[in-house]
Design a binder for this molecule. Structure first.
Ligand code: FES
Ligand SMILES: [Fe+2]
Length: 479
């Protein structure tokens, strides 16, 4: 992906939607105090705001829906969501991945009722209208009777098709015909995500179906946190300090590193000089020597030797000394490639994508994809699967902490007085790129503060303003 082209790409030609006004007269400017960097807590619970988000964010933006290895064979499909719309993700006869709206054009029935399967075509269970993987209407029972009617051509009766693009094996889709290309949406964040998800020769694949579970919270609670809140780790995930930094009183080392953001996406690159691997000789190792000592993401020794062919020298350097490990893709995805200790003391890696799919103002469906290198040995595969389910998702010791926190933020926002509270992002580092830092994007080196999360909210505000491709709010209010 050519990163230098991102800044000069033409913005999508789209007429801004104009300002919104809630029933009580509030506007976007009443919800965000840019000077104090505060967001009204009511945005976490207000159903009117939720409806505007569905219209202005989720009807427009690229969203992650699946990993391509979930549908390896022609005819394979899974059902997912774009916003609150059910969609079918399938691999068609040509091998291409298609995403179509899972709502029958006859009377609105869900055409596909199962989570996953294999089928040459999608047949609606109600009256039998039949569609191909691209959504094209093929026909219906009693064809001679013209049961699809005489007022519409067959070509008008297809399922609405989404635009689809693949990035590092993850399937992204949008139902907005005018959205800019995915490359532009991801922007400079892609440079770092490639280090997390595109360094295994042969790519990654899912281990089983994604975990799916419901949490009673608003989608923005995990959304803004995954943009780069390293601060909460020191308190909420205190058990991590016990595992990684025995005896450290405050754990500032663990929150140190580089927060990087772009377009509301955010990620954290750890600082190995101060971090968990400070014992090895970082000053004299070359990048490749360093990677041989600490192979990332379950890579085999043979795969490590291929990295110089797959990455630029700059990317190799960042992967070796400041690896990006956690983050999030705007609006509602989480990204992870992190080391994890197993109960027997051995270190493994866990690689995962999350999506926090909004189902209602106070409900998300959490998707958790566990990933491993396709060419990993059975042992590495088993270790990564164990590390992943121990830390992440419904059984994970890290994410059960978070799942305890987010619902109470939502409940506070439901209260008469609580709703008048604020989400505060007053602590910024500002743009601090270390000398010689080779990576793109907005870089904030030091203890993880509010820079990435504030950037996330400014992207939210741009979408909510109805003009998401103008960068006007971001340019004015992001340090
Ligand atoms: S609703 Fe699908 S065939 Fe009638
Ligand atoms: Fe967390």
């Amino acid at each position: 992906m050519a990163t230098q082209s991102i800044a000069t790409m033409p913005r999508a030609e789209r007429k801004p939607l104009g300002a919104f006004r809630l029933k009580d007269g509030s506007t976007l400017e009443d919800l965000i105090d840019y000077e104090h960097r505060e967001v009204a807590l009511r945005v976490l619970a207000d159903p009117e705001i939720f409806d505007i988000e569905m219209d202005r964010i989720f009807a427009r933006v690229w969203q992650v829906v699946a990993h391509e290895s979930e549908v390896p064979n022609r005819g394979d499909f899974v059902t997912r969501y774009l916003g609150r719309d059910s969609v079918i993700v399938s691999r068609d006869r040509t091998g291409a991945i298609k995403v179509v709206l899972n709502a029958c054009t006859h009377r609105g029935m869900r055409v596909c009722r199962t989570d996953a399967g294999n089928s040459n075509q999608h047949v609606c269970p109600y009256h039998g209208w039949t569609f191909d993987h691209s959504g094209r209407f093929l026909g219906s029972p009693l064809a001679a009777e013209q049961m699809h009617g005489s007022t519409r051509e067959k070509s008008e009766l297809g399922l609405r098709a989404a635009r689809v693009e693949i990035f590092c094996g993850m399937v992204f889709a949008t139902l907005d015909e005018d959205a800019p290309p995915l490359e532009q949406h991801l922007g400079h964040a892609a440079w770092y995500w490639k280090l997390m998800f595109d360094v295994a020769d042969g790519g990654l694949e899912v281990i089983g179906a994604p975990q799916r579970f419901t949490i009673k919270t608003n989608w923005k609670c995990p959304g803004e946190q995954h943009a780069g809140d390293g601060y909460h780790v020191l308190t909420l995930h205190r058990s991590l300090l016990t595992l990684f930094r025995k005896g450290d009183s405050e754990g500032a080392d663990l929150a140190s590193g580089l927060n990087v953001n772009w377009n509301g996406h955010g990620l954290r690159c750890v600082d190995l000089q101060r971090g968990i691997d400070a014992s090895t000789d970082l000053n004299t190792d070359t990048a490749l020597e360093r990677l041989r000592k600490r192979p990332p993401g379950g890579l085999s020794p043979a795969q490590i030797e291929k990295l110089p062919e797959m990455l630029t020298p700059e990317q190799l350097h960042v992967l070796a000394f400041h690896p990006p490990q956690v983050g999030g893709a705007f609006p509602h995805a989480g990204t992870f490639t992190t080391p994890a200790p197993l109960p027997d003391g051995t270190m493994s890696w866990k690689t995962a994508w999350h999506a926090f799919v909004p189902r209602a103002p106070g409900e998300i469906e959490f998707f958790n994809w566990h990933l491993v290198p396709k060419n990993a040995t059975d042992k590495v595969r088993e270790q990564m699967a164990r590390a992943s389910v121990m830390a992440f998702g419904i059984s994970g010791f890290i994410e059960t902490d978070d799942a305890d926190t987010w619902p109470t933020m939502y409940e506070s926002a439901l209260g008469h007085f609580g709703a008048k509270g604020k989400l505060r992002y007053g602590a910024l580092l500002g743009e601090k790129k270390p000398a010689g830092w080779p990576g793109p994007g907005h870089v904030h080196a030091g203890v993880s503060k509010d820079d990435n999360q504030w950037n996330w909210w400014m992207r939210w505000a741009e979408f909510m303003s109805g003009d998401p491709y103008g960068d006007k709010i971001h340019d004015k209010w992001v340090a």
